[in-house]
Design a protein around this ligand. Structure first.
Ligand code: ATP
Ligand code: MG
Length: 417
C-alpha cells in the first residue's frame, strides 16, 4: 500500500460538494466585484519567489518545495499566488491594459510545514489581486470583497484586524526605532530574530516564540511612525470601511509574512480553529512589481485558505448546502425492462435531470436499497406490465406518494414537481 504524502489530503466524492460550495461562492463574489480569473503555473523559477516573497520570510527560508528539473533549472512549487500573478502581469505587458487590473485565482499552494490542523503541505487559496491603483478605495474594496466572501459562506465568527506598515520612508525611521529598542534584548531572543535584526527588524514583530513575544509586546508601534501620506491613506481606508459597515479592529502587531507589503495589511481571524486562526490575509504591496522588474505599479490583494474555511465551517456548525442526490432512480426487473430503464435514465440525463439506474445487474430489491442509499428523490420500478402499458408509477420517497405517469411524460413530471 502506498500512502498519501504527509501534509496532503484527498477530497472524497462524499465531501467534494463542500469544496464546490466554497469555490462557487468565491467565483460569485469575484463576478459581483468585476474580477476576472487568472491561471498561472503551479511551478515557477525559484528566483521569482526569492525576490517576490522575500528572502527573510519563513516561506522562503524554510518552506519552499524547490527542486532542480532535468534541464538543471531551479524550480519551486508555488507557495502563494501573488508572485506568479505579478510575474504574469509584467510578462504580458498588462500595465498597458486598462487599469486597474482586477484578477482572482483558486489554486493549490505548497509549503513544507509541520502538518497540523489547518496547516498542510498542499493547500488551496482563493486570492484576489488588484494592480495599478494606490487609491485607498482599492484597499477598502479588496477588504470588502474578502468580507463579502466570508459572509456568503455564512461565516460570522471572524474578526477583521487591520494595520498600516507604512511606506519605505516611514519604515526606515521605524526600523531604526525598532533596532534601538531590540538591541539590548538581542541576547534573550531567538536566532531568527537575531538574523532579522540586521536584515528586516520589522519581521521580528512576527516571531511566534514565547520569549521573543514577551519582548516584542513593548516594542515601538509602527502606527506612531507613519508619514503624513501613509497616515492619511490609513485614515481614509478606515473611513471607507466604516461607510460600508465593515467592522474591524486596528492591531498594530500585524506585519504579515511577506516582505513587499506596504501600508494596509489585514487579516480575518477566527478563534474556533485553534492556533491556525487566520483564514484570510492580505495587504498592499506597492513595491512588488518594480522589485520584479516591472514598472512602478502599486497593487493590493488577499488570499484565503480554503482548508481553514472548511475547518471553520465544520467546527462552528455553519451549514453547507445538502450533498447532491439523484432526482430519480429507475429500476428494471428483467432484461427487457432493465433495457427500458437504461434508456429512460440516459434520456433524462440528456435533458438535464440527474438520474440513476442499475450498472451492477442487481435484483430489484438490491436496486431499491441502493436508490435509498443514494437518497434518490423519486423511484420508478419497470417490469412486464409497465413495458406493455407504457406507463409507470413514480414514487416520491419523501412522503411515499405514487403518481401514474406515461414514460414519455416522466421528464415533464419531474420538472414540475
Ligand atoms: P500562518 O501565519 O498561519 O502561517 P501565513 O501568514 O503564512 O499564515 P499567508 O501566506 O498569508 O499565510 O497565506 C494566506 C492564507 O493561506 C492563510 O491565511 C491561511 O488561511 C492559508 N495558509 C497559509 N499556509 C497554510 C498551510 N500551510 N496550510 C493551510 N492553509 C494555509
Ligand atoms: Mg505561514
Amino acid at each position: 500500500m502506498i500512502n498519501i504524502p504527509k501534509g496532503t489530503k484527498d477530497v472524497l466524492p462524499s465531501e467534494s460538494y463542500k469544496w464546490q460550495f466554497i469555490e462557487n461562492a468565491a467565483r460569485e463574489v469575484a463576478k459581483d466585484f468585476n474580477i476576472r480569473e487568472i491561471r498561472t503555473p503551479v511551478f515557477e523559477h525559484t528566483e521569482l519567489f526569492l525576490r517576490g516573497v522575500g528572502e527573510t520570510t519563513d516561506v522562503v527560508t524554510k518552506e519552499m518545495y524547490t527542486f532542480e528539473d532535468k534541464g538543471g533549472r531551479s524550480i519551486t512549487l508555488k507557495p502563494e499566488g501573488t508572485a506568479g500573478a505579478a510575474r504574469m502581469f509584467i510578462e504580458n505587458g498588462l500595465a498597458n491594459a486598462p487599469l486597474p487590473l482586477k484578477a482572482y485565482y483558486i489554486a493549490p499552494c505548497y509549503r513544507y510545514e509541520r502538518p497540523q490542523a489547518g496547516r498542510l503541505r498542499e493547500f488551496h487559496q482563493f486570492g484576489i489581486e488588484v494592480f495599478g491603483t494606490s487609491a485607498p478605495e482599492a484597499d477598502a474594496e479588496v477588504i470588502f470583497a474578502a468580507s463579502s466572501f466570508l459572509k456568503k459562506l455564512g461565516i460570522r465568527d471572524t474578526r477583521l484586524e487591520i494595520n498600516s506598515i507604512g511606506c519605505k520612508s516611514c519604515r526606515a525611521e521605524y526600523n531604526r526605532a525598532l533596532k534601538d529598542y531590540f538591541r539590548p534584548h538581542l541576547g534573550e531572543m531567538c536566532a531568527t530574530c537575531n538574523e532579522r535584526f540586521d536584515k528586516n527588524p520589522l519581521r521580528m514583530i512576527d516571531c511566534k516564540e514565547e520569549r521573543c513575544k514577551k519582548i516584542t509586546a513593548n516594542a515601538p508601534k509602527i502606527l506612531d511612525y507613519l508619514c503624513p501620506d501613509c497616515r492619511a491613506h490609513f485614515e481614509r481606508v478606515k473611513t471607507l470601511l466604516d461607510g460600508l459597515g465593515v467592522e474591524y479592529a486596528v492591531n498594530p502587531d500585524i506585519v504579515r509574512g511577506l516582505d513587499y507589503y506596504t501600508r494596509t495589511v489585514f487579516e480575518f481571524v477566527s478563534t474556533s480553529i485553534g492556533a491556525q486562526g487566520t483564514v484570510c490575509g492580505g495587504g498592499r504591496y506597492d513595491g512588488l512589481i518594480s522589485e520584479l522588474g516591472g514598472g512602478n505599479v502599486p497593487a493590493i490583494g488577499f488570499a484565503a485558505g480554503l482548508e481553514r474555511l472548511v475547518l471553520l465551517m465544520e467546527n462552528t456548525g455553519v451549514p453547507f448546502p445538502e450533498a447532491p442526490v439523484p432526482e430519480v432512480y429507475i429500476a428494471g426487473m428483467d432484461d427487457a425492462s432493465r433495457a427500458k430503464a437504461f434508456s429512460l435514465v440516459n434520456g433524462l440525463r440528456t435533458q438535464g435531470i440527474s438520474a440513476e439506474g442499475d450498472l451492477m445487474a442487481r435484483s430489484v430489491k438490491a436496486q431499491l436499497k441502493y436508490a435509498d442509499k443514494l437518497g434518490a428523490k423519486y423511484v420508478v420500478v419497470i417490469g412486464g406490465t409497465e413495458l406493455e402499458t407504457g406507463v409507470c408509477n413514480v414514487k416520491k420517497m419523501s412522503d411515499g406518494s405514487v403518481t401514474c405517469v406515461p414514460f414519455a411524460d416522466i421528464y415533464a413530471f419531474l420538472k414540475n414537481n
